[in-house]
Write a protein that binds this ligand. Structure first.
Ligand SMILES: Nc1ncnc2c1ncn2[C@@H]1O[C@H](COP(=O)(O)OP(=O)(O)OP(=O)(O)O)[C@@H](O)[C@H]1O
Ligand SMILES: [Mg+2]
Length: 428
């Protein structure tokens, strides 16, 4: 492989051994300063090994776009590699369904890059309870998702409802959950019945807790079947889980947190199990992968793993970040506010892609990861970026290098763009 071909996320040993095999086309290296910078060699991104990555940058700089570029590239991987991977995108803004439509808006830009508009067959999941609303709004989707109430723990509920386990509501919640512990696949109605049957709590407390569960019924995510994690993790599949609809609810972030927490736990469990089987089959000479390594991309990640406070997703995401490498789980946190995401998400990242960033607390959060391979302060690298959307610096712990780059244009349409009345004039 020519030395100029950069593969971020890959250490020198792997680079020598595999070249750019098992990597995706991510963009081009930017050489030079500010607006004078030129696009030079291709930059690839390793997807063969697990990574924790952080994509950050201020509003409208290209974070969600970058996430979608990674998803597009999954479809373009050679079949034998794609079959060993899957990707789950947690879509908080309801924008990634547009992977299904070709990018007709940036045609001249794509042409400059030698690319063409293209659609990709991502599997879009929407909440079961809101299926009709999606139909009415003509938003394309493939499947609906729901979860089983019985999969949630006392702690999940207490975090989702924001009740402390030491207050009377929490004490009742814990007692109710303990009574249900040996039951399988119960629904919200069974939880409510158990609350009403309780003979120790006062009527007020019982009613207050009942009301919480009645409102949870309106979230439109509970059913007896639940979601099959095996489906989401099928070899080669890119799933977009649209959780944007919960924005309508006052408890929108709690619901999303519950979902992300539950999914993360199940993915972790599945992959730990699969890893054991993979190891056994390697020993026995068989190689069949049912649940491949997976990438989980989460937009607005500071809402799920915040620096302050806890959400139902905090614990499970921390597990993925700290223990996901062995079972082959990659996480891509996307956030406008690195200063608001839990420091673990930053310190555990081996790959940071930072678009333009100006707010002091956010720069400060990145400054804390000052690596030995950085000659200058992070702000200097960022200030040096041209003011073109999609420009970013990449801090790569694997190769111990820092690069300025421009993420390649999307082949599929970007639904989350900043609305404007102009023709698209981007040509870089
Ligand atoms: N790599 C790129 N190449 C060309 N254009 C880009 C690129 N990245 C982003 N853009 C342009 O910038 C716009 C905004 O990008 P995007 O929606 O990803 O921003 P964001 O950082 O996610 O913003 P927000 O914080 O508001 O979610 C896109 O609609 C697109 O026009
Ligand atoms: Mg975005």
């Amino acid at each position: 492989m020519p030395l100029q071909e950069i593969v971020v996320g890959r250490d020198e040993d792997d680079r020598r051994k595999y070249g750019k095999k098992g990597s995706i086309y991510f963009g081009k290296h930017l050489v030079g300063e500010g607006e004078e910078a030129n696009l030079t060699n291709p930059v690839h991104l390793d997807v063969a090994r697990p990574h924790v990555s952080l994509v950050c940058g201020k509003r409208g700089q290209g974070k969600s776009y970058t996430g979608a570029v990674v998803a597009e590239e999954f479809f373009l991987l050679p079949e034998e590699i794609r079959q060993n991977l899957s990707m789950l995108m947690i879509d908080t803004m309801g924008i990634w369904w547009s992977l299904k439509n070709p990018n007709e808006k940036q045609i001249s830009l794509l042409k400059n890059w030698g690319l063409e508009p293209k659609s990709f067959d991502a599997s879009v999941y929407v909440p079961e309870g809101f299926e009709e609303d999606y139909r009415k709004e003509n938003i394309p989707f493939d499947e609906t998702f729901s979860i089983q109430a019985s999969e949630l723990s006392t702690q999940d509920w207490s975090l989702a409802f924001d009740i402390s386990l030491t207050e009377p509501l929490g004490v009742l919640l814990e007692r109710v959950m303990r009574k249900l512990v040996n039951k399988e696949n119960y629904g919200i109605d069974a939880i409510i019945d158990t609350i009403l049957d309780d003979n120790r709590a006062s009527e007020d407390v019982k009613q207050a807790l009942e009301n919480r569960f009645l409102s949870a019924k309106e979230w439109g995510i509970f059913s007896k079947e639940g979601l099959s994690i095996e489906d989401i993790l099928s070899p080669g599949k890119v799933s977009v889980l649209d959780v944007s609809y919960f924005g309508h609810l006052s408890s929108g972030w709690s619901v999303r947190g519950l979902l992300v927490g539950l999914l993360s736990r199940r993915i972790y469990r599945k992959r730990v199990e699969a890893r054991r089987q993979e190891e056994m089959s390697t020993i026995k000479g068989r190689k069949k992968i049912d649940v491949p390594m997976t990438w989980v991309a989460i937009d607005e990640a500071h809402q799920f793993l915040p620096a302050e406070g806890k959400t139902p997703a905090s614990g499970p995401l921390t597990t993925l970040v700290k223990e996901g490498r062995q079972p082959g789980i990659s996480v891509m946190f996307i956030t406008q506010r690195p200063g608001a995401i839990h420091p673990d998400a930053i310190s555990q990242s081996d790959l940071i892609v930072s678009h333009r960033l100006t707010a002091r607390p956010d720069l400060e959060a990145l400054r804390n990861i000052m690596q030995t391979y950085m000659t200058f302060d992070i702000q200097e690298y960022i200030n040096n970026l041209p003011r073109k959307k999609g420009s970013a610096i990449v801090l790569d712990d694997n190769s111990e290098r820092i690069y300025a780059m421009k993420v390649r244009p999307r082949m599929s349409w970007h639904a989350g763009g900043t609305p404007d009345a102009f023709e698209d004039e981007e040509d870089f």
